[in-house]
Design a binder for this molecule. Structure first.
Ligand SMILES: NC(=O)c1ccc[n+]([C@@H]2O[C@H](COP(=O)([O-])OP(=O)(O)OC[C@H]3O[C@@H](n4cnc5c(N)ncnc54)[C@H](O)[C@@H]3O)[C@@H](O)[C@H]2O)c1
Ligand SMILES: [Zn+2]
Ligand SMILES: [Zn+2]
Length: 353
């Protein structure tokens, strides 16, 4: 394939100052290093993590100025001289894990997200809210040509993360999982992955739009956290025997549900914390946790194999989560809606607009 034309300047959304609106402006296109690729990002999903980065509310500093975004789907347009397993013209995805050292004990044992030297797209290195983004070739997601780049973008963080979380929960086909924050970006994908895995789903979120959406995505019941007078009782009551769900996937952005899950999870059940509300703590009653033999775990994105598997579920047509499209120039509007909790599903930005 002949080399594509690569401009020297491009449009990007830049965080110049934490806590301030993002700035839509032209910035230079970078050149990939020896072990990197340059991906012409066509579409990027907007994850709540991007909003945490803009707000600077996590105990981990971002680079500044910063180009956010880590659900970027596009086409490889250049590669460094050491890269020989991905071709110019291939579809590729830039994920949260932009790169890792590949040689520490975590990288060696497929726990790359735990690498102390991990590079994080849209956080410690520039991400996908630009037309051309750099990523380490080893970590770039391989996307089959038959996949729609717009629809697959949310899989690159939300999909991979919830797929990994569901696996970490140990829930088996036929068992019940509660998805907390089911109407959001991660939650809507969690509904689809859980359905594909043969799990019964209790969706927990707020409002009727999310109730209707999660029902379409495969949830068999819905508990509205905004109107429920006894959330713990309502979640338990949503299981056939009233003993609670086998697993709980926490993808909400508030602390409260992180303090309730241990109370309604089934004896021997597992609570998986994925959402990262600022300054929040998990809470569990010691007595019940012990006599119910509960497991509580964190789950953080996924490794390269998890990523490939999550993409394969999508390629097979098992994952159809709703998304709304908008030009990248409108990114701040998406953040404003997200801040208000008004987004059902995911927003995907088109970098050409
Ligand atoms: N662990 C990881 O690897 C990982 C990866 C990606 C994102 N995240 C984090 O996951 C969180 C969710 O991200 P997102 O993009 O899906 O956000 P989102 O804003 O799209 O969705 C969050 C959902 O939580 C719901 N919610 C709020 N309070 C709730 C409550 N009390 N009970 C039930 N639902 C409630 C909201 O209504 C919303 O639908 C963020 O904190 C993000 O940073 C973690
Ligand atoms: Zn994310
Ligand atoms: Zn490492």
């Amino acid at each position: 394939m002949s080399s594509p034309h690569i401009p020297t300047e491009q449009w990007a959304q830049v965080v110049e100052q934490t806590g301030k609106p993002v700035v839509y402006k032209k910035i230079p296109v970078q050149k990939p290093g020896p072990d990197e690729v340059l991906v012409n990002i066509k579409y990027s999903g907007v994850c709540h993590t991007d909003l945490h980065a803009v707000n600077g509310d996590w105990p981990l500093a971002t680079k500044l100025p910063l180009v956010g975004g880590h659900e970027g789907a596009g086409v490889v347009v250049a590669r460094g001289e050491l890269v020989n397993d991905i071709e110019i013209g291939d579809y590729a995805g830039v994920k949260w894990l932009n790169g890792s050292c590949l040689s520490c004990s975590f990288c060696q044992t497929s726990d790359e997200p735990l690498c102390a030297k991990a590079l994080l797209s849209g956080y410690t290195v520039d991400g996908t809210f630009q037309e051309y983004c750099i990523a380490k070739a080893a970590h770039v997601a391989r996307i089959p040509k038959e996949c729609n780049l717009e629809a697959i973008a949310p899989v690159l963080c939300a999909g991979i993360t919830v797929y990994k979380g569901l696996k970490e929960s140990g829930a088996r086909p036929g068992q019940t999982v509660a998805i907390v924050g089911a109407g959001g970006g991660l939650g809507s994908l969690a509904c689809q992955y859980a359905k594909a895995m043969g799990l019964t789903i209790i969706a927990i979120d707020g409002g009727d739009e999310k109730r209707e959406m999660t029902a379409k995505l495969g949830a068999s019941s819905y508990v509205d956290f905004m109107t429920s007078k006894n959330l713990v009782g309502d979640v338990k009551a949503a299981t056939a025997d009233g003993l609670g769900p086998h697993a709980v996937i926490l993808v909400a952005v508030n602390e409260k549900p992180f303090q309730q899950a241990a109370e309604y999870v089934r004896p021997r059940g597992t609570v998986i914390a994925i959402g990262l509300p600022a300054g929040a703590y998990l809470r569990a009653p010691v007595f019940e946790s012990v006599i119910k033999m509960i497991t509580i775990k964190g789950s953080y994105v996924g490794n390269r194999a998890d990523s490939a598997e999550a993409i394969e579920f999508f390629r097979r047509g098992l994952i159809n989560a709703p998304y709304k499209s908008i030009g990248m120039s409108q990114l701040q509007k998406v953040y404003d809606l997200m801040h208000e909790g008004k987004i059902a599903g995911r927003y995907v930005v088109d970098t050409s607009k």
